[in-house]
Design a protein around this ligand. Structure first.
Ligand SMILES: NC(=O)c1ccc[n+]([C@@H]2O[C@H](COP(=O)([O-])OP(=O)(O)OC[C@H]3O[C@@H](n4cnc5c(N)ncnc54)[C@H](OP(=O)(O)O)[C@@H]3O)[C@@H](O)[C@H]2O)c1
Length: 264
């Protein structure tokens, strides 16, 4: 595939999508965002694109339905290359939004396209909103000592651009964890060092979370997030760092590096 072919990025105006488009542009490729407006006329939105970055919105109600519609339109538009933004441990039946990504992985593998699947862990950037306030805090509704292969969103985006622009990744599924398996207790300690201020690590009960940070959510999203917290509480989300290290042209960023960069 030409390295300058246009890539359609589903969810390209969201948090991850903006980072992916910027990484693609940095690699010399043009990219086009697909969102709610473009869903009304997918053939027009996909016309002229060589590749599709298939990324559903966070906690999408019907991720397989959305993926099916976009994959069908991509096939009809002659898009031959598809990279799917999945998640670490997609086949986790206790987490509906993970399981939906496992279903989409199957759709992608049987789509007829030249596919690659990326399985990122949770982003380090997810803790930033709580750390940017007057009283920095990390509030979670799961065991602060469970570990996660937290990953830098910028590194994920760069890996996405790399696989989108090189055919050697066709048929590959890459788990994308950061360089360390870290607990939220460790993240809070690193944040204290970076900010040179105390960081409160709050352990909420699921009831407190539902009445607090989760109160205004759509009930289905709240239920799915509670299912995720319950899984995290029991197992964390350990995610290997080897594939990301191999895809990047620099060492993957650890928690301290990302927090220093983002909170400076
Ligand atoms: N956050 C993490 O730690 C993490 C880790 C691993 C994987 N992921 C996955 O990464 C993906 C992206 O998450 P995100 O938080 O970056 O997304 P996001 O900020 O929620 O962005 C989603 C974008 O999707 C578009 N959108 C919304 N509803 C749509 C619909 N019905 N049809 C088509 N497009 C629609 C919107 O674009 P418009 O405004 O243009 O309509 C929106 O900007 C999710 O699948 C998530 O599960 C996240």
């Amino acid at each position: 595939m030409s390295t300058h072919a246009e890539v359609a990025v589903l969810g390209g105006r969201g948090k991850t999508g903006r980072a992916v488009i910027s990484a693609l542009q940095g690699a010399g490729s043009s990219a086009r965002a697909l969102g709610r407006a473009e869903m009304a006329d997918l053939p027009a939105a996909l016309s002229g694109c060589r590749a599709l970055y298939l990324m559903a919105p966070n906690m999408a109600a019907d991720e397989p339905g959305l993926a099916r519609a976009v994959l069908d339109a991509a096939r009809a538009a002659g898009v031959t290359r598809v990279v799917h933004h999945s998640v670490a441990a997609p086949y986790a039946p206790d987490m509906p939004h993970h399981l939906n990504k496992a279903v989409v992985e199957d759709l992608v593998r049987r789509s007829g396209a030249d596919w690659t699947i990326l399985q990122p862990c949770a982003y380090i950037q997810n803790v930033l909103p709580g750390l940017q306030g007057e009283r920095p805090a990390i509030d979670i509704a799961y065991d602060p000592d469970r570990v996660f292969g937290l990953v830098d969103l910028e590194d994920v985006a760069q890996a996405a651009a790399t696989v989108l622009l090189a055919d050697e990744h066709v048929g590959a599924t890459y788990e994308l964890g950061g360089p360390d398996q870290v607990s939220m207790r460790t993240v809070a300690a690193i944040a204290e060092e970076v900010l040179a201020r105390p960081v409160r690590l709050g352990r909420l009960t699921t009831g407190q979370w539902s009445a607090g940070p989760g109160a205004d959510l759509d009930p289905r999203e709240r239920e799915w997030l509670l299912a995720m917290f319950s899984y995290y509480d029991a197992y964390g989300l350990p995610t290997g760092g080897g594939p990301l290290r191999a895809l990047l042209d620099h060492p993957p960023s650890d928690v301290g590096t990302v927090l220093r960069r983002e909170l400076a």
